[in-house]
Design a protein around this ligand. Structure first.
Ligand SMILES: Cc1ccc(-c2noc([C@H]3C[C@@H](O)CN3)n2)cc1F
Length: 330
């Protein structure tokens, strides 16, 4: 089997992407944020208090003839930005881009934090991390990818995110039309459950490439790139008027400032993030102060290659044993 579905930016700065999925019988369509940095599949539902729902599509298990409550199972998750949700669990038919899993654990939200309520274009999350991270108790559940893997032509999914355009999540195959040149595969460390890999170094603009190991996670659910302070300060030293603002929580600069590109290595391959991706967004609508798409990871305890980096490549998440991750130009 294979599957292919669109990854559509939810706003004009690519803060996140959503992908249509169908759940149950008859099918209920929701738009989910596919997140390689977590492993819960949860949805706004008929169990979510109306006061916490602001236009999101909801999944109603009682309207699905194939839904079954997973008795006594609950879940609770907190994301990197402090957003959180929790609830109970059903299993039901689940389809992404023509690829179906019969008994997928669908975690229904009984409580979501305000940032999820405010994110009106996201009806839930679909975790594509390793199933060890799943929070369902007393028995943890498998991700959609883990459930689908055995029936896939190849145990892979690929990510092709685009700036201000629809990209794709493909399952079970590698589409040669989506990339150029070769795919460079590197090892993945599955502890504690992220797609953790080691980059081979970086360059700022046309500067020399600094060969150094930068271990971090490939995280489709994170908007920006978070790297060690030394790398980030080296970058913003080249941006006139850039400051690390405690007020805005990161590096900001005059939107009129010229920004260098940022190049990162994967093995012998080099990937260049265009300046336009790093001039992420005005700090407020119409402001002439812009927030950077590259920020320091100090305080996170982990380096994160989020959408700003993923948009610059075609990425293969290879779920074979052992797992690897592959990067190609596009
Ligand atoms: C409102 C909202 C908040 C956070 C997230 C979110 N989704 O994935 C992630 C990153 C961080 C890490 O937790 C795993 N991947 N963060 C999505 C939201 F819609």
């Amino acid at each position: 089997d294979t599957g292919s579905a669109a990854a559509v930016p939810i706003d004009d700065v690519d803060i996140a992407y959503v992908t249509p999925v169908t759940i149950g019988t008859p099918p209920q369509t929701l738009q989910l944020d596919f997140d390689t940095g977590s492993s819960d599949l949860w949805v706004f539902s008929s169990h979510t208090p109306a006061s916490q729902v602001r236009g999101q599509e909801i999944y109603s298990p009682n309207k699905s003839s194939t839904a079954k409550l997973l008795e006594g199972h609950t879940w609770s998750i907190t994301y990197g930005d402090g957003s959180a949700s929790r609830g109970n669990v059903y299993v039901d038919n689940f389809t992404v881009g023509g690829l179906s899993v019969a008994q997928q654990a669908v975690q229904t939200a009984q409580q979501v934090s305000s940032s999820f309520t405010s994110e009106t274009n996201i009806d839930g999350l679909l975790g594509l991390g390793f199933s060890t991270l799943n929070t369902v108790s007393p028995k943890s559940q498998l991700t959609f990818f883990d459930n689908a893997k055995a029936s896939l032509d190849s145990p892979v999914f690929t990510v092709d995110l685009k700036a201000q355009a629809a990209g794709t999540y493909d399952f079970g195959f590698i589409d040669k039309a989506k990339y150029t040149g070769e795919i460079t595969y590197v090892p993945v460390n599955t502890n504690p459950g992220y797609w953790t890999f080691t980059s081979s170094g970086y360059a700022v603009g046309s500067g020399s490439f600094s060969s150094q190991s930068i271990t971090g996670i490939a995280d489709t659910g994170t908007s920006l790139v978070y790297l060690p302070t030394a790398i980030v300060t080296a970058y913003y030293r080249q941006v006139s008027g850039a400051t690390n603002s405690r007020n805005y929580g990161g590096y900001v600069f005059p939107c009129s400032s010229a920004l260098p590109t940022f190049t990162f290595g994967v093995g012998d391959a080099r990937f260049t993030i265009p300046s336009s991706y790093i001039s992420y967004s005005p700090i407020a609508p119409g402001s002439s102060t812009c927030f950077g798409g590259l920020q320091s990871s100090s305080g996170l305890g982990i380096n994160i290659w989020g959408d700003v980096a993923l948009k610059a490549a075609f990425v293969v998440f290879n779920g074979a044993n052992p797992p690897t991750i592959g990067w190609a130009k596009k």
